[in-house]
Write a protein that binds this ligand. Structure first.
Ligand code: ADP
Length: 164
C-alpha cells in the first residue's frame, strides 16, 4: 500500500490545498494530511479547529484520507506513518527555492522517502492562506478561494478580532 503524507499549516484550508489533495490522492492508496502546530506562524485557527476543518473539507473527496497533527521532523512523521511519498504543492517561483532546499535536505535525512511536487488547478494556483486572511481582514470577499463553510469560519474570526 502506497502511503503519502501532505504536510502544511492549513490556516485555513483553501481551494488550492483541496486541489492538491484531490490530485495527490490519485498517486497514493492512502493520504495522511499532517497539520503542523507551527506556533511561530501565530495561526488564526487553533490546531483543533484546523484539524476539524481539514477533516470536514476532505471527507467529501471519498479517498482514503487521514488527518492528524504533527510536531516533529517531517521525515520522522513520514516514517511513523509508513509513508514513502511526501506531497507538496508548488505555486510559483517564490515557493520553488524553499521547497527545493527542503526536499534536498530531507533526501539526505531519509533517502527512503521521495518528495513529489504537484500543481493546483490553474485558477487556484495563486491562492495562499496568508493572503486569504489578509483579504478577509480588510473586508474583501474570499469566496473564490475557500469553501463556503471555511469562509464563514474566517468571517467569525475576523469579527472577533474587530471586537477585541
Ligand atoms: P500556505 O503556504 O498557504 O500557508 P501551507 O503551509 O498550509 O500553506 O501549505 C501546505 C502545502 O500546500 C505547501 O506545499 C504549499 O506549497 C501548498 N499549497 C498551498 N496553497 C497552494 C496552491 N494554491 N497551489 C499549490 N500548492 C499550494
Amino acid at each position: 500500500m502506497r502511503i503519502g503524507v501532505y504536510p502544511g499549516t492549513f490556516d485555513p484550508i483553501t481551494l488550492g490545498h483541496l486541489s492538491i489533495v484531490r490530485r495527490g490522492a490519485k498517486l497514493v492508496d492512502r493520504m495522511v494530511i499532517g497539520v503542523t502546530t507551527n506556533p511561530s506562524k501565530s495561526p488564526m485557527f487553533t490546531l483543533d479547529e484546523r484539524l476539524a476543518m481539514v477533516e470536514r473539507e476532505t471527507v467529501a473527496l471519498g479517498a482514503d484520507i487521514r488527518v492528524v497533527s504533527f510536531n516533529s521532523l517531517l521525515m520522522d512523521f513520514a516514517d511513523r506513518e509508513h509513508a514513502t511519498l511526501i506531497l507538496r504543492g508548488l505555486r510559483a517561483v517564490a515557493d520553488f527555492e524553499y521547497e527545493y532546499q527542503m526536499a534536498g535536505m530531507n533526501q539526505q535525512l531519509n533517502d527512503r522517502v521521495e518528495t513529489v511536487f504537484l500543481m493546483a488547478d490553474a485558477a487556484l494556483q495563486p491562492i495562499a492562506s496568508k493572503l486569504v486572511k489578509e483579504i478577509a481582514l480588510f473586508g474583501g470577499d474570499i469566496h473564490r478561494f475557500v469553501t463556503p463553510r471555511v469562509r464563514d469560519e474566517v468571517l467569525v474570526k475576523v469579527a472577533a478580532r474587530r471586537e477585541s
